[in-house]
Design a protein around this ligand. Structure first.
Ligand SMILES: [Fe+2]
Ligand SMILES: [Fe+2]
Ligand SMILES: [Fe+2]
Ligand SMILES: [Fe+2]
Length: 392
């Protein structure tokens, strides 16, 4: 399937219509559907969410654009709802959390290997090892609270071991900002990657902020508070790699292009035919939305859209287990730290401000350490527990 962003018209926005039955479809099967179907659902929810939030921000600072923004934003709202509601109520909030971290690990790893800018690739590898550790901490929480094995959700695609320990991921904001790509010279794929990963991290931050207070277990409440803090750092880090000199029209065009690219990637890898039909439909919708924004861009900025995007999409994001790559990164880079906008190779080189910052934050204990005390991941935890019950 090859697409031309400038020529393919997709579905005209007037025809992008929904009903409530259409919006609220049968959820996926938690255990029978492939874990990568859930990964795509979670990521696409984040991509649509960012489309919506960005559009609201734009509308708040630009009167002339409010109507076209509102029209397209309403469609994004329906798209996001349809996608997010594909996660069924049989997913506990903690199981969905495991899904969110699997997205952060597997998608970031796929992106890190395809990113042509070596500094940004390093940035993705750096963030990846932190989400990798979150997975371990939440798996410990799941074992403790629900007696469940996180691997039921992960389906063997992702390892459950420690990464860069969460306790030391807390940094001073000065060590979270990064250099940004240059909008005039950056490759199209570089811009698509940055917006994709930023959107994923942002929805993870939102999700933890919303569900953290729903837990009654005191360690769970603290752990969500702690990891939500890291996700806020991750959003800070990833939004800072996007060129802030892009105009808002340029950013709108990039948002639509990023949605197209992501649906295109989902279509390429989806194994569930019913879900694939949704990705195909929304790919056509985004192409239709892109046409509208492209015309507005030409009119308002009097520039060629190809200064911002390329007509041809890069290869799709690879939805497959990145275990071997991640193990290598873990071995080589777990000791890396970020200092200012750069990375250093040993913990000893870390900045004093970040050390002091987290010493204060962790001075009354660390939830991510407490939750994992005595926890070593073993496959089939549920069966082991059952065994104990039977013996007693
Ligand atoms: Fe959308
Ligand atoms: Fe995370
Ligand atoms: Fe993260
Ligand atoms: Fe869109």
């Amino acid at each position: 399937m090859s697409l031309d962003l400038l020529k393919d018209k997709g579905t005209p926005i007037e025809k992008q219509k929904f009903t409530w039955r259409d919006i609220v479809q049968k959820p996926i099967s938690k255990l029978n559907d492939d874990a990568f179907t859930r990964i795509r659902i979670i990521l696409m929810n984040g991509i649509e969410h960012e489309a919506n939030r960005f559009s609201h921000f734009f509308a708040r600072v630009n009167k002339e654009m409010q109507l076209p923004l509102a029209k397209i934003r309403r469609i994004e709202q329906h798209q996001q709802t349809m996608i997010n509601w594909l996660l069924g109520a049989d997913h506990s909030p903690l199981e969905t959390t495991i899904g969110y971290e699997q997205v952060a690990i597997e998608v970031t790893a796929a992106v890190a290997q395809k990113e042509p800018d070596s500094y940004l690739a390093q940035n993705y590898r750096y963030g990846l090892l932190e989400d990798f550790d979150h997975m371990y901490r939440y798996s410990a929480l799941m074992d403790r609270l629900e007696g469940k094995d996180a691997n039921n959700i992960l389906q063997n695609y992702t390892d459950v071991i420690t990464g860069r320990p969460t306790i030391i991921e807390h940094r001073d904001p000065e060590d979270d900002l990064r250099n940004h790509y240059d909008r005039k010279n950056a490759a199209f794929i570089t811009k698509l990657h940055a917006l994709t990963i930023m959107s994923g991290e942002q929805q993870t931050h939102n999700y933890y902020m919303n569900i953290g207070p729903l837990f009654s277990d005191p360690i769970a409440r603290q752990l969500y508070a702690e990891i939500a803090h890291i996700e806020e750092q991750h959003v800070t880090q990833y939004e800072s790699i996007i060129d802030p000199h892009e105009t808002l029209m340029e950013k709108w065009l990039m948002h639509e292009a990023t949605e197209i690219y992501n649906y295109y990637s989902c279509v390429a890898y989806e194994t569930d035919p019913r879900i694939k039909a949704i990705w195909e439909r929304f790919l056509d919708y985004e192409l239709g939305q892109f046409q509208v924004v492209k015309e507005l861009f030409k009119k308002v900025e009097n520039r060629d859209p190809e200064e911002v995007i390329s007509a041809k999409l890069p290869d799709p994001i690879e939805y497959k287990s990145q275990r071997d790559f991640i193990r290598d990164v873990l071995k080589e880079e777990v000791g890396f730290r970020s200092v200012g906008k750069d990375f250093v190779k040993t913990p000893e080189e870390e900045s004093r401000i970040s050390r002091e910052y987290r010493d204060q934050l962790n001075s009354q204990g660390s939830p991510s350490e407490s939750v994992a005390t005595g926890y070593i991941y073993k496959p089939g935890t549920e069966l082991n527990n059952l065994d104990l019950v039977v013996k007693h």
